[in-house]
Write a protein that binds this ligand. Sequence first.
Ligand code: GDP
Ligand code: MG
Length: 166
Amino acid sequence: KSGFVSIIGRPNVGKSTLLNQMVGTKIAIMSDKPQTTRNKIRAVLTSAMGQIIFIDTPGVQKPRNKLGEFMLKQALTSLNEVDVLLYVVEANSPIGPQENYLLKTLAEVKTPIILAVNKIDMVKMSEAQNIASQIKSKIQVAKTYFLSALNGVGVAELLTGIFELL
Ligand code: GDP
Ligand code: MG
C-alpha cells in the first residue's frame, strides 16, 4: 500500500513532533524542493505496511483580499489531491475562531480525514473526548485517534489507521 498524506492543523498543535515520531529513523527522503507548485514532499515512510509520502500543503487562512482568495483556492485543491488528511488538534485548548475557520474549510474537502487529538498527556481523557466530539459535530472524520506525539503514545495505532485508508 502507498499514498500521499498531508498533515494539517493550527500552528503549535504538534504536527512536526508527530511527523518526526511517525517517520522516526526510517526516513527515506526529507526534501525542501517543491514537487509541484502547490505541494512538496516532506518525508517518506517505508514500513512493512507500505509507504506513506507526507506532503506539505499550503496553510488555510481566512482570505482578506483577492490574492488571499486565490491562495485559499490553491490550498483547497492541494487538500483534495492527497489520499488522506491527517488533521491534528490539541486536547488542551478550546476550539477557537481559527479552528472553526479551518473546520469550515475542511467541511468542503472530499479527502478522507483522520482526526488526531494530540497532547493527551496534558488533560483528562474526558476533555480530549469532548474536543473530538465538538469536531465530529462539524466535519465527517473517517477515524479518530488520541495521542501524545511528544511521548509517542498512540502513534503506532495512528499509522496502522492511515495505512487502512490507503
Ligand atoms: P507544529 O507547529 O504543529 O508543527 O507543532 P510542534 O510539533 O512544533 O509542537 C509545538 C509544541 O508542542 C512543541 O513545544 C512540542 O514539544 C509540543 N508538543 C507536541 N506534541 C506534544 C504532546 O503530545 N504533548 C505535549 N505536552 N507537548 C507536545
Ligand atoms: Mg511544524
